[in-house]
Design a protein around this ligand. Sequence first.
Ligand code: PTJ
Length: 247
Amino acid sequence: MEVSRDHPRYRSLATRERLAQLNRAGIVSTTGLIAHGRGEAFDYLLGERTTPDALLAERVAVAYLLEARNPVISVNGNVAALCPEEVIALSEAIPAKIEVNLFHRTEGRMEKVIRHMEEAGAKKVLGRNPDAELDGIASDRAHCTQEGIFSADVVLVPLEDGDRAEALVRAGKIVIAIDLNPLSRTARAATVSIVDEVTRALPNMIGFVRDLREDISRRRRLISSYDNRANLRKTIKSICSYLQTAE
Ligand code: PTJ
């Protein structure tokens, strides 16, 4: 379906259309469409903007990624569909590895999502040959690579399910979530919870890499002074005050 550029909700409709197309192509799962709708609802409640609390979390997340020994960006169907170029740009800026890890995993879908990332310009995408398994995950998401997620010290997980976020934390990793729902299990479990839309969060983070790359002491100050629980509480308060002022 062609979406008119004059429509007041053009961006939202065009994104939905893209996700629907990539669902037909086997890249986005059907439940990925439902997850997107939930994300849109939370984004409305946030005023469809990046809050100051999200900006702080994005800065702290970049500080962690720059400090990491083996940082990995985990990519699922929705993320591959929404922002492949931004994932690649962030992975090159840090630098961090990219690994595809799917909730609804089939060999065919893994190949399609990995190829989609490669066609967008990714030079190396992990996930084709999983040789390790994370403990404590009932789903196929446990399969991962030794080189990537399994040995990572910092993992960025945009649009994650709660089980794997908790398992990654239990495995001793720093987990950075991007999730529009500040009440989700993922947001509660993560070390840094970025409550922002993924296509707004990643460009901000790419900008922060430039600011923080040379400034080690500022990075460490950001990390040591950050309180994720307090930041999530502020986000929930900003949703409440936005709702009170919205007409
Ligand atoms: O591609 P697969 O098979 O790995 O499946 C991916 C999904 C997203 C279906 C899977 O990871 C899943 O079921 O996730 P959940 O548990 O529905 O969680 C997704 C979270 O991401 C929800 O809390 C949504 O509010 C949030 N979300 C949805 N769209 C966005 C978002 N957060 C940031 N930006 C978005 N665009």
